[in-house]
Design a binder for this molecule. Structure first.
Ligand code: MN
Ligand code: MN
Length: 469
């Protein structure tokens, strides 16, 4: 059974333009927001514009909520939950859109700065699953925060403006790479070789506190520290309380002669987060209460205070119950159990260059719409949520009722590999949940590719889900 190419639904003209306009908004978002913090800041600003109120403020004032009220809550600036209060009682459950906003990258180590042969480098620890050899010889940018001892937070974003410098990890020249190229792929570039080059001019004068003539050691590092001090007001020790992410520099770009695709950093999983967020704005008066959950730390197992495993979401549901005047432990439990969720994450698009790892009947393709993965997992579906046939049946009905193009897929051939999502964590509440999302090529590479059509159909699918599930 083959699914149709859905571009047919969008002939040149108004329909195509609407799709392209939505994709252009996404392309700009992806260019501007390269960390979970930047995504959170962007989404909260957009939510406020759309009339969402800060749940933290409402809790303080004990302000009651009623049907149609819209609220958001930041999870420590690295994720957020949004709710629109529905007409039905909370214990009937929520319609939830979940996605993650962290992406694979390199993080600076806590003590990153060093000088070697009069060059200054930053040592990194990679985050999430990456092929290390893909991250060398690329222009890279530094995004994140540095927090001083007194709590003052300094935002860092350098490498993405036109006149910014960029940074990067060097690779061995081909002329001397005979030994390197005999290594296995996962050893070609070693983990500890992911060091970012950031400077090479020695400091002219002795540093402060040194007498003239007294030698400053590591003069190039001293020169960089002087720049960091004058630009950001920071000392070397401030890296101890910093979160700096090394990400590909430059904007997301239209891809292909027909501009049908977008190449950018962090499609996984911002290509699901963005349409999930805007679907919420599209449904201001839902029957059931709706929620959008954009989480951090998915790429490293959904752990920690800002990952899906934390109690954040459950706590927020309890707060919502309290402010709608309906709080009891039982209400919260019933609400979670009776909820329905689309756990949205990217799926591996069929790649004609690598057909061997895919099973064609059960792969997803560019241009055929949003993807449902009944199950993920590896080695006999291990680790998978495996959505019920009943739920999948309901979703087929909803998608077809609004002519949303969708396809179904597994992540590659049986036992070829695998990957996790946040679906099973929502499944722990015994709610209905299925993995869904958008096909991606180059997943986890510095520059990933998606189809604008699939992005738009995901958006339309999420809207239908919020309204009709
Ligand atoms: Mn993902
Ligand atoms: Mn991923």
């Amino acid at each position: 059974m083959e699914r149709e190419n859905a571009w047919k639904k969008y002939p040149k003209g108004a329909k195509r333009n609407k799709l392209m306009k939505f994709a252009e908004g996404y392309r700009q978002f992806l260019s501007d927001c390269k960390t979970e913090r930047e995504c959170t800041t962007f989404f909260i600003a957009e939510a406020k514009k759309a009339g969402y109120q800060d749940l933290a403020e409402l809790i303080k004032k004990n302000k009651k909520l009623k049907a149609g009220d819209k609220v958001y809550m930041s999870n420590r600036g690295k994720g957020l939950a949004m709710f629109v209060i529905g007409k039905e009682p909370l214990e009937n459950g929520l319609n939830i859109l979940g996605a993650h906003i962290d992406s694979p990258r390199m993080d600076l180590k806590q003590n990153p700065l060093y000088e070697d042969t009069e060059m200054v480098l930053l040592d990194t620890h990679y985050y999430g699953g990456i092929k290390k050899y893909q991250w060398v010889t690329l222009p890279l940018a530094l995004h994140g925060v540095i927090v001083k001892k007194d709590g003052k937070k300094i935002d860092v974003a350098i490498g993405d403006k036109d006149d910014d410098p960029v940074f990067g990890v060097t690779d061995l020249l081909i002329h001397l790479a005979a030994t390197q190229l005999e290594k296995k792929g996962n050893k070609v570039v070693e983990r500890e070789a992911l060091n970012v080059l950031i400077g090479s001019i020695p400091l002219e004068k002795a540093t402060k506190g040194k007498k003239d003539g007294e030698e400053t050691k590591e003069k190039v590092k001293a020169g960089i520290l002087e720049i960091l001090k004058s630009t950001y007001g920071i000392e070397e020790e401030d890296f101890l309380s910093a979160e700096i992410e090394v990400v590909p520099a430059g904007p997301a770009r239209d891809f292909g002669f027909d501009r049908s695709m977008i190449m950018g950093y962090g499609h996984d999983d911002r290509v699901c987060a963005y349409p999930s967020f805007y679907a919420m704005l599209e449904v201001p008066a839902p029957k059931r209460t709706t929620a959008c959950l954009l989480v951090d730390k998915e790429e490293i197992g959904s752990v920690g205070a800002t990952g899906m495993e934390s109690r954040f979401f459950e706590n927020m549901v309890a707060e919502i119950a309290n402010l709608t005047g309906d709080y009891s432990e039982l209400t919260v439990r019933r609400c979670l159990t009776n909820s329905k969720a689309l756990s949205s994450d990217v799926s591996a698009a069929f790649d004609p260059n690598y057909p061997d790892v895919m099973e064609k009947k059960n792969s997803c393709y560019f241009g055929k719409g949003m993807v449902f993965n009944k199950y993920t997992g590896a080695r006999g579906k291990s680790g998978s949520n495996d959505a019920s046939a009943e739920y999948m049946g309901e979703l087929r009905g909803i998608m077809d009722s609004d002519d949303v193009s969708y396809q179904t897929a597994e992540l590659g051939k049986v036992d070829q590999g695998g990957g996790g999502t946040i679906a099973y964590i929502l499944g722990n509440y015994s709610m209905l949940v299925i993995d869904s999302g958008v096909p991606v090529l180059n997943m986890h590479a510095p520059w990933e590719i998606i189809s604008k059509l699939d992005l738009y159909e995901a958006f339309r699918g999420y809207v239908s889900f919020l309204k009709k599930a």
